[in-house]
Design a protein around this ligand. Structure first.
Ligand code: C5P
Length: 235
């Protein structure tokens, strides 16, 4: 049975990546590949990692460039048949529309296209320093609304944003949520966390889980426990 979590493959080590991908797939989850692995191993590396089976791929490359370039990058990414891919909402309306049009060329099997709003590593002071005044929440909501207006499928958001975004954007907008921690797991650098079950009950559609699996003593058991917790929360 599929589980709505993606395991973050945050490594350049191909053996470690392969073992994490196997663990995620065995627990019914998907795999999320970001700039670290992709920049080292490229599309061929991604293909090798996904060749084993059914695990859906979230290609987390967060494209952000002029519309023409982003559209080309999205079309190139389609060759990897990701289930989800993403761009930065701050690229603006024309770039979001170009990305959506590019994804639509894949037809019925098209991936879900989601956007990053405000990186969770930025606070109001960081935004103000780059000339963007105002609360983070206001900006996040504005970017999420723009994302939906451009016909994208959803956004990446932190656990604390699930409820306000779900309320503002309705039930059909995908909320993909990193920063979850099973009860008792180390927080690492994530500050505002929820357990996987809490995040799902709060309205998340997919969860991104990294260190709670990759740094666990027994990653396979950790992944199975997360899948079980999610199955219970969904029941
Ligand atoms: O190890 P951890 O569970 O914190 O990993 C979370 C994953 O989600 C990492 O791949 C990280 O880059 C990603 N992510 C995040 N916060 C965001 C967006 C992505 O932690 N706002």
């Amino acid at each position: 049975m599929r589980s709505p979590f993606f395991c973050a493959i945050d490594t350049t080590d191909p053996d470690r990546a392969a073992s994490l991908a196997e663990v995620a797939a065995a627990a019914g989850g998907g795999i999320k590949i970001g700039k670290e692995f992709f920049t080292r191993h490229g599309p061929e590396g991604v293909r090798r990692l996904c060749s084993g089976g059914e695990a859906p791929l979230f290609l987390d490359l967060k494209f952000h460039d002029i519309p023409n370039t982003v559209a080309g990058a999205v079309r190139a990414a389609l060759a990897l048949a990701p289930a989800i891919l993403n761009v930065h909402a701050a690229g603006g309306r024309a770039m979001l529309n170009a990305a959506r049009e590019a994804v639509e060329t894949a037809g019925a099997d098209r991936p879900k296209l989601i956007a990053v709003t405000v990186l969770t590593s930025l606070d109001a002071d960081d935004l103000s320093e780059i000339g963007l005044a105002g609360p983070v929440e206001t900006r996040t909501l504005a970017l999420a609304r723009l994302t939906r207006a451009c016909g994208l499928d959803g956004v990446v958001c932190s656990p604390r944003e699930i409820a306000p975004l779900r309320a503002a954007l309705g039930p059909d907008f995908l909320l993909v949520v990193p920063g979850v921690r099973p009860a008792g797991a180390a927080l690492g650098d994530q500050k505002r966390v929820m357990t996987p079950g809490e995040a799902l009950r709060a309205g998340a559609d997919h969860l991104v889980v990294g260190r709670p699996i990759s740094a666990a003593e027994d990653p396979a058991a950790a992944a199975r426990a997360i899948a079980a917790e999610l199955a219970e929360a969904a029941a």
